[in-house]
Design a protein around this ligand. Structure first.
Ligand code: GDP
Ligand code: MG
Length: 668
């Protein structure tokens, strides 16, 4: 048995999905969090699976996630639709419900957020709503786990009975006539491709291209439908899409008049949100406040909290390494193997792992901002600025996710409905510093700029954004001429961040990070250790500068000489960084450990502060890691375009590092 979970964005789908399946998918008070469908097994009934789909507002495919959902419904044919409705926004949510009913599939409505409805003194006559719509309605509160079991039981019952909605006709007047005429014309075609007739008819009247072509109508039939639609448009004096929207909203309005009892027309949450928004999104203060909050976040992450925790954590790792070292000496292990374990694996993996606390603090901060609903506001505030560089506020969401990791960020561009905006955003996301680069910045600032840590960090993060802006500006004037599409996003109410969500989010990131440290970084350190200890004849070398790695590094390093850093060690670090950016640090660690104290060794790798700045600039901007490259290739659907992007991104990095180096030499 397959259930499809469908509802507007931010209606609580993922929260419900997690409750039903016991899994822990990412929940955010932020439209557009779920972009791919996710599957899970019902906790109470292992034979039933649930698919969490991206949030949508209608079944007209405007954005690619709407396409995902619609295709899943029409082709995947789930046994039952669970339509989740945000009861505090019932009018708008029912708009989708009316379209889902036309699919004539078994369906249950989950009336979510009933806790907020109750808290506001409002009520909804559930039985009445259910009999009017001809669909079972179960009031629930997903986040409080109320009514979830009843919902699951009802859904199973409805699916077993194969009971489609009991009522189809919500139309009236001219639209009614048009729908029914079209139904008669296309009935046989719709049956042939196994699409519900009424659904096909309303889509045709809305002017839905994919539906028109899949029905394979004759020219004559298309003409007749055209006349029917013309007639309807002239009679109503509106265009086809508006006519259907008006019809649906008129019905919903009447339905809500009888089924919803509102004491307060605006909820407490909405009033509170409005008050908060007066300050946080005001014309002059919005951006300064945002910047202050971000700097505060960085200060928290790299300063007192995150920094201290990371230091403690790395002390622990050092202790562990020391113990292991003593143990290996005692066990009389061969020196080469001991070197591999201590100087290779422990040093490499440990150097990356010690940043775990910093990453967790960063995501604690970001997930609070997201969960409260503040990030959605920032997307709005940023819309104006982004428009200046040819993007819309929609692009802000993927870019923000890019601070975590570019891979989900690039996937999140699927929420952009215009191909132009989408491609541009994909090209820009790698300029946002992902959390994997954080260990690199953190170590370099600790060694070279211990007193200006927050400043240097902010400059690095800001620098990536500035370069991104410049590139976007150039792109929108040349390759991607045109205007970004208008930005409409529903603003969620401010909510108190849920402890569970924040912890889950942090755990998710921590898990990714740990897994990466023990897989990619682990492998990379072993390879690096091997390459630096053996020469081409596979003989152990006593001096690493005679190793294979040194030969490779020395071969490439002239390319970097104009940038002020040409030691073969820094060059190899950059290359291993392509597997995962954290590997830059683990490589340095493996290569420099034998030279004594790491920090002094790192200092001696760079001729001047200017060359350090240049190295950081290059690290900030050069081509992304393989996982990101693969994601870009997948989303752009072209290996050539992805390769092209890698080349010019590295080119930009080189030029920027060169300029920064030359300027820095003048001043320092
Ligand atoms: P999705 O976008 O539809 O997947 O929605 P999410 O599951 O990500 O939830 C959106 C927001 O609504 C989150 O901040 C949740 O904590 C919140 N939320 C979900 N269900 C409820 C509920 O029953 N009551 C209240 N008050 N908040 C809820
Ligand atoms: Mg979701």
């Amino acid at each position: 048995m397959v259930f499809a979970l469908i509802g507007n964005q931010n209606s609580g789908k993922t929260t419900l999905f997690n409750q039903l399946t016991g899994s822990s998918q990412h929940v955010g008070n932020f439209p557009g969090v779920t972009v791919e469908k996710k599957e899970g097994v019902l906790r109470k009934n292992k034979g039933a699976s649930i698919v969490d789909l991206p949030g949508i507002y209608s079944l007209s495919p405007y954005t690619s996630e709407e396409v995902v959902t619609r295709d899943f419904l029409l082709k995947g044919r789930p046994d039952c639709i669970i339509n989740i409705i945000d009861a505090t926004n019932i009018e708008r949510n029912l708009y989708l419900t009316l379209q889902l009913i036309e699919l004539e599939m078994p369906m249950v409505i989950a009336l979510n957020m009933m806790d907020e409805v109750r808290a506001n003194g409002n009520s909804i006559y559930v039985d009445k709503l259910s009999s009017e719509l001809g669909v079972s309605v179960v009031p629930i509160s997903a986040s409080k786990n109320e009514g979830v079991d009843e919902l699951a039981e009802t859904a199973i019952k409805v699916a077993r009975a194969h009971k489609p909605p009991q009522r189809l006709d919500f139309c009236s007047g001219d639209v009614h006539r048009a729908i029914h005429s079209v139904c008669h014309i296309i009935e046989d075609h719709a049956q042939r491709i196994n699409v519900p007739v009424r659904f096909a008819a309303t889509k045709l009247i809305e002017g839905d291209e994919p539906m028109l072509s899949s029905l394979e109508l004759s020219q004559n039939e298309i003409d007749i439908i055209g006349h029917v639609v013309d007639e309807m448009e002239t009679n109503l004096g509106t265009d086809r899409e508006a006519a259907l929207a008006d019809m649906r909203y008129e019905y919903i309005e009447n339905l809500c008049k009888t089924c919803v009892k509102k004491v307060n027309s605006t909820t407490k949450e909405q009033i509170r949100s409005e008050k908060i928004d007066k300050v946080l999104t005001s014309k002059y203060f919005a951006i300064p406040i945002f910047l202050c909050i971000m700097v505060f976040g960085f200060w928290l992450t790299f300063g007192p909290v995150g920094g201290t925790l990371s230091n403690l954590f790395s002390l622990g790792i050092e202790k562990f390494t020391g113990l292991l070292d003593a143990l290996l000496v005692k066990a009389d292990v061969a020196p080469a193997l001991k070197s591999l374990i201590i100087d290779g694996i422990c040093a490499g993996v440990g150097s990356v792992l010690s940043f775990l606390p910093t990453i967790v603090v960063l995501f604690f901060f970001l997930s609070i901002l997201e969960d409260t609903g503040y990030m959605a506001r920032i997307a709005f505030v940023m819309d104006k600025l982004l428009r200046k560089i040819g993007l819309s506020g929609r692009s802000f969401v993927p870019m923000l996710i890019g601070f975590g990791c570019s891979v989900p960020a690039i996937m999140a561009t699927r929420t952009l409905s215009s191909e132009r905006d989408r491609k541009m955003t994909i090209l820009l996301t790698p300029f946002i510093s992902c959390s994997a680069k954080l260990p690199i910045y953190a170590i370099f600032t600790k060694v070279f700029f211990p007193d200006q840590a927050v400043l240097v960090m902010s400059l690095l993060y800001g620098g990536g954004i500035v370069v991104g802006i410049i590139v976007a500006n150039i792109l929108s004037r040349t390759k991607f001429k045109g205007k970004p599409i208008p930005f409409v996003m529903e603003l969620p109410s401010y909510r108190f961040p849920s402890f569970k969500n924040v912890i889950l989010h942090m755990w998710e990131k921590a898990k990714d990070f740990i897994v990466k440290a023990f897989t990619i970084i682990f492998m990379a350190t072993i390879v690096i250790w091997f390459l630096q200890n053996f020469n081409y004849k596979f003989a152990l070398v006593s001096d690493t500068s005679e190793s294979m790695l040194a030969a490779i590094g020395k071969f490439i390093s002239p390319l970097f000489a104009p940038l002020g850093f040409s030691s073969w060690k820094s060059v190899t670090a950059l290359i291993t960084g392509l597997t995962a950016k954290e590997a830059v640090i683990s490589t340095f660690r493996v290569l420099l450990e034998s030279a004594g104290a790491f920090e002094t060794a790192l200092r001696s790798e760079f001729a001047s502060v200017a060359s350090v700045i240049s190295f950081l600039t290059f690290t900030l901007l050069y081509m992304p890691c393989v996982a990101t490259m693969a994601a870009i290739k997948r989303e752009l659907n072209s290996t050539l375009k992805a390769a092209e992007m890698m080349v010019w991104q590295t080119g930009i990095a080189w030029i920027c590092a060169f300029l920064v180096y030359r300027v820095a030499l003048l001043f320092i």
